[in-house]
Design a protein around this ligand. Structure first.
Ligand code: ATP
Length: 355
């Protein structure tokens, strides 16, 4: 599949100008609040008609301002999942799901009801009314309804933003299954590094209505960017599960020449995993520390040190071919005489797991 976008649109004082293409897998539109993500996904959905530009899906032209072509949303065969589930309150879950299927029948493509119900774990909810579902369950039903319309492309605008951390964690594995098992390409709007790190194959960074960077998730999320808040800055590491120590509930993940211990994973050896290590969770030591409870202490070399901001700097390290970012105070930088080329040890306090 291929989605080609080259559009320009003004909204009051704000304008979006973006050109990119997306293929299979999950493409994240990533950026801070107000950067234009929703405007851009609405243009793709057909909810906004761009003043200028062209949009094509698999060679099928959906928008061409010069040729006055504008295919309306319902004829694009794209499904849209919003921040809130927007279920029909008077219909039970089965009938809400059936609504998506009704569209699919009319589009001539049947979708496998049981498979999607199973994929999203909503089999036990079919006779319930939306009012009696948790936020996470409602959102899973909304995703199921979208999938049952047999879309050519699934558009998701911050589908987890309205949920608390626990509910987000509950839904993320279902989104991963959706990505890995359905083959439906997804455009996923988010401002969360954790979600994008976990789900996206490719990331398009938006700033002030313009694309400021794009590329694979590991590269984009590991590079300094105004789209990434200082709280979330860090590095994304691609690794594979090596072994598990069940008695200590620890799994060892290999990334390049480095081994990283993480909380126990129910995953077979060889499975690919992504780890997100936030810079604020990495301390530096100029010699190997002893008697420390942190499990991961990686020797490395300083590659570079960023600009000071609010008395803090980001120190970029090469640890056996793996890039790690550490946030330290400017006072520590000076006391430890940190500079490029200096060998140090990175003490990792916690690793976020992105299975
Ligand atoms: N109809 C409109 N008229 C004028 N300005 C608009 C209109 N719609 C959106 N904007 C402005 O365009 C900018 C981008 O909005 P948009 O919703 O696309 O950003 P976003 O990145 O999705 O933000 P958020 O993450 O907060 O949803 C904002 O400054 C917004 O106020």
């Amino acid at each position: 599949m291929s989605l080609e976008v080259a559009v320009r649109h003004r909204l009051g004082a704000f304008s979006v100008t973006a050109a990119f293409s997306a293929d299979k897998g999950v493409t994240a539109l990533f950026g801070r609040s107000g950067s234009g993500k929703t405007s851009l996904i609405n243009i793709i959905a057909g909810l906004l008609r761009p003043e200028d530009g062209r949009l094509a899906f698999n060679g099928d032209v959906l928008v061409d301002s010069a040729a006055r072509i504008f295919v309306p949303p319902h004829k694009r065969r794209f499904a849209y999942v919003f921040q809130e589930a927007r279920l029909f309150p008077h219909l039970n879950v089965r009938r809400n799901l059936g609504y998506g299927r009704w569209f699919a029948r009319h589009a001539g493509a049947g979708a496998d009801f049981d498979r999607i119900v199973d994929l999203l774990g909503i089999g036990g909810l079919l006779n319930r009314a939306p009012a009696n579902l948790s936020g996470g369950e409602k959102q899973r039903v909304a995703i199921g309804r979208a999938l049952l319309s047999s879309p050519r492309l699934l558009l998701m605008d911050e589908p987890l933003a309205a949920l608390d951390e626990e509910r987000k964690a509950e839904i993320l594995p279902y989104l991963e299954r959706l990505r890995d098992e359905t083959g439906i390409p997804v455009i996923y709007v988010s401002h969360s590094v954790v979600e994008v790190a976990r789900l996206a194959n490719r990331v398009i960074v938006l700033e002030n209505g313009r694309i400021s960077a794009s590329g694979d998730a590991a590269t984009i999320l590991s590079a300094p960017s105004p789209a990434i808040s200082r709280r979330e800055a860090g590095t994304l590491i691609e690794g594979t599960v090596e072994t598990s120590d069940v008695s200590h509930q620890i799994t060892i993940v290999c990334a390049g020449t480095v081994k990283i211990q993480v909380p126990h994973l129910e995953a077979p050896a060889g499975k690919s995993v992504r780890l997100h290590i936030a810079a604020r969770d990495v301390m530096l030591a100029t010699s190997r520390p002893d008697g420390l409870s942190a499990l991961n202490v990686l020797p490395g070399t300083i590659v570079g040190i960023g600009e000071a901001e609010h008395g803090m700097v980001d120190v970029r390290l090469d640890c056996g071919g793996v890039t790690i970012l550490s946030r330290v105070t400017t006072l520590s930088r000076d006391l430890l005489r940190l500079q490029a080329g200096k060998p140090v040890h990175a003490v990792i306090k916690s690793v976020a797991l992105d299975l």
